[in-house]
Ligand binder design. Structure first.
Ligand code: NOJ
Length: 752
């Protein structure tokens, strides 16, 4: 339509911060800068290269060192810190596998490391890093939250902020300095075994929740006793492997990069994250660790990132050993450092140190580049207060795994559970009903926690705390009715179908818990989203009894449940709700809380029909369609809500202005509940194809029956922008459409 055609007049935007409540962290503190340059001036080349080296704690511990308080081989520790000047150590000690340690042991260990660093010439502290992905992973009895995919389903920034606060406190109480979290990759490939580490498929939601986490974790003062630096992962494009397997190639064009994958990192930088970990895979033929364009041109020159980048595990050497873009390990080191990697997670030896030292001595890597990297590392060490930190200063009792943290954790789990189907109000269950609980995920804690729980893969059930409840245990605790359990032997086969069927016949209802075992990274690669056949067989056999079935799922990915969901009376998607997941799920099943989780991903109907909610017009242009089993944003409640009266403050604005949106939301059901209102935008006609809709704002509110609340949102100018034909961010004048619920209103952006 001619009227809708836009003039080709564009306004370039200069990086308007998305969620910039704390821009200070990327602004340099002159006092710190002075200290950094004074220190740098005193450093030898060896000391500088050492700062850029990060080793696994296994290099300096006694392998197979059972659970002793002090697992170090002191000669090796001194060799690393005093002779090789290493700047950083990571991971949990091997005893023999990397696993969670007591908090006392962590405090002793990190104290030993500090003491050795204090004996070095310049007394530069080590920065100790850990993957505290959903809480302090490797500290026994820590508060372990729902995984990021669940936090996204809460649509609750406060909870993400509080998760950040509690995680930082428990990491610091453990004597650890630095958290390799949050994952800011956008989860748009459901096969990818790390989907659950992301905040889902939407750019705005991930940016918003990840920023809230960072703000809670760091506040304005990284050096506070209970705050710690975060690390944005995995910059950039890691989450979108073409074949779905971890650490395999993707091909992301510059526009898609800037529209989809970059903004969450930008938001994280603006929220103050001082470190960034590099993508372990490759984008369009360039391995993440060799990508100068991403690591320097965009990250430094455009986004103004002032902290340091750290490689992922062994990834510099892999430029040679795996990717063959370097002809030798030496060339690999040169390539990565010159591309913009500041610290190498080597992690098992000093090869990086030796090679970089040699490269610098021969002038093949300029000392100026090394100075730049070391400046960034020292800056973060000063910002984090590490030079003053002489011991873990947080008292454990009042600050670690508190009752208050447990309550917040339980609320997060409750709000993250998605009631996807509830035929004829089948749920909530009566507490008098007799229930058969069955299925491979009904009686394990590991299936609700996933990877990065007590161990890397999270699959050692024997390490899980004895006081936390599985779904079965939580159900038993809640009801006065008879509860029978028929377990399966594992996820793939030998589920005891016959016995489950016999028991189903004598109970009022079946709670069938299916899903995935825990995993992360490459160990979680799969070839199909289909559930293992024995789980489907169990479901079909139970449906055949004619007894009502509540299907509960746990796991990190949307495994295909289309056929069995259709036959189930209710479907509740648990994903990975963490240590309070069993209790939270039982709270939902019995109606002790009203479910409010909404899907942060599109739940596919079929394994190969993966269309995301913010798809392009041609993806839903007949005969194509967006037809997931459950769409992005779907999630039922025991109450019902409606939105109406969508209005804009103006229908004509000038380019560069924002627009105010208001809408009423009403609880039209019979139970108090929480509802998330989602505000979408569509750029009606543009010079490049636009998503049919994109989330631009959301709010979660609690409403009593019949209560109405008026909600106000701002759609900023930035939210109206696109990456134009010239690859620059800009706003095109013309018509835009705002959508909330069943209503939509248009407005026009006019030339100034
Ligand atoms: C590899 C993973 O890709 C990354 O997420 C993690 O932070 C590092 N290993 C350190 O454990």
């Amino acid at each position: 339509m001619l009227l809708n055609l836009k003039h080709k007049i564009y306004v370039t935007l200069f990086f308007i911060a998305f969620f910039a409540s704390n821009l200070n962290a990327q602004v340099l503190d002159p006092e710190i800068e002075e200290k950094v340059s004074a220190l740098l001036a005193q450093m030898t080349l060896e000391e500088k290269v050492g700062q850029m080296t990060q080793i696994d704690v296994g290099v300096v511990t006694v392998m197979n060192g059972q659970d002793v308080d002090q697992p170090f081989d002191m000669a090796r520790l001194e060799d690393a810190i005093i002779s090789h000047h290493v700047g950083s150590i990571l991971n949990a000690p091997s005893t023999p596998n990397n696993k969670a340690q007591s908090i006392e042991k962590w405090r002793n260990m990190t104290q030993t490391i500090r003491a050795v660093a204090a004996r070095t010439r310049l007394k530069i502290p080590i920065i100790y890093g850990i993957d505290a992905i959903h809480g302090a992973t490797y500290t026994q009895n820590s508060t372990l939250f729902p995984q990021a995919i669940n936090m996204a389903a809460t649509f609750n920034r406060d909870l993400s902020f509080k998760e950040g606060e509690i995680t930082a406190r428990e990491v610091k109480a453990s004597g650890i300095d630095w958290n390799f979290s949050p994952v800011m990759d956008i989860g748009r490939q459901p096969l990818w075994p790390r989907l659950w580490e992301t905040y889902g498929e939407d750019v705005y939601l991930a940016s918003s929740l990840g920023s809230a986490f960072i703000e809670g974790h760091q506040s304005n003062d990284l050096s506070a006793a209970d705050k710690a630096p975060t690390c944005l992962k995995h910059y950039v494009g890691y989450s979108f492997p073409i074949n779905g397997k971890d650490r395999t190639p993707t091909s992301i064009g510059e526009r898609m990069l800037r529209e989809i994958f970059l903004p969450s990192f930008e938001a994280g930088i603006n929220a103050g994250a001082p470190t960034i970990m590099v993508n372990s895979a490759e984008v369009d033929g360039i391995p993440g660790h060799a990508n100068y364009h991403y690591l320097t041109t965009i990250l430094r020159n455009e986004l103004g990132f002032m902290g340091f980048t750290v490689s992922d595990w062994e990834d510099i050497i892999r430029l040679y050993s795996r990717d063959k873009v370097a002809a030798s390990p030496r060339e690999a080191v040169k390539m990565a450092v010159m591309a913009g990697v500041d610290m190498s997670m080597v992690p098992f030896n000093f090869s990086f140190y030796d090679l970089l030292l040699d490269l610098a001595q021969r002038g093949e890597v300029p000392v100026s580049r090394i100075d730049e990297a070391v400046t960034r590392i020292l800056r973060v060490k000063y910002q984090s207060g590490l030079f003053e930190r002489t011991e873990p200063t947080i008292a454990v009792n009042a600050h670690f795994a508190t009752k208050e943290a447990e309550i917040i954790n339980r609320q997060a789990a409750q709000e993250s559970i998605v009631l996807a189907k509830n035929d004829k109000h089948f749920l909530p269950l009566s507490k008098k009903a007799s229930i058969l609980v069955t299925g491979p995920t009904a009686n394990l804690l590991s299936v609700m926690n996933g990877g990065w729980t007590l161990t890397w893969q999270g699959d050692d059930e024997s390490l899980y705390p004895k006081n936390k409840l599985t779904l079965l245990e939580a159900i038993k605790q809640k009801t006065s009715g008879k509860v029978t359990y028929v377990g399966g032997k594992n996820y793939q086969d030998e589920i005891n179908i016959e016995q489950a069927v016999t028991e189903a016949r004598t109970h009022d209802v079946v709670v069938l818990a299916l899903g995935e075992k825990p995993y992360t990274e490459t160990s979680g690669n799969i070839d199909t989203l289909n559930l293992p056949f024995p789980q489907l067989q169990l479901a079909q056999a139970l449906f055949a009894t004619g007894k009502p079935v509540v299907l509960v799922t746990f796991g990190g990915r949307p495994r295909i449940i289309t056929d069995i969901a259709q036959q189930a009376n209710a479907v509740v998607l648990g994903f990975l709700p963490g240590m309070e997941g069993g209790v939270a799920m039982a709270d939902v099943l019995f109606g002790d809380i009203n479910p409010s989780g909404k899907l942060p991903i599109s739940y596919p109907r079929n394994t190969n029909d993966i269309v995301l909610y913010d798809h392009k017009p041609m993806e839903s242009y007949a005969p194509n369609q967006y037809n997931p089993l459950y769409p992005f944003g779907h999630g039922l409640s025991y109450s019902e809500f409606e939105t109406h009266g969508l209005t804009l403050d103006k229908t004509q604005i000038q380019v560069g202005e924002g627009i105010e949106v208001s809408v009423d939301v009403k609880n039209i059901g019979k139970m108090t509940g929480k509802e998330t209102v989602l505000v979408y935008l569509n750029d009606v006609v543009a010079s490049v194809t636009r998503p049919t809709k994109q989330l631009k704002a959301y709010a979660k509110v609690e409403l009593k029956p019949n209560e109405i609340k008026k909600l106000h949102f701002t759609i900023s100018a930035d939210a109206m922008s696109l990456i134009g034909v010239d690859m620059k961010r800009q706003i095109e004048i013309g018509e835009f459409k705002v959508m909330v619920g069943n209503e939509s209103v248009n407005f026009n952006v006019n030339e100034k």
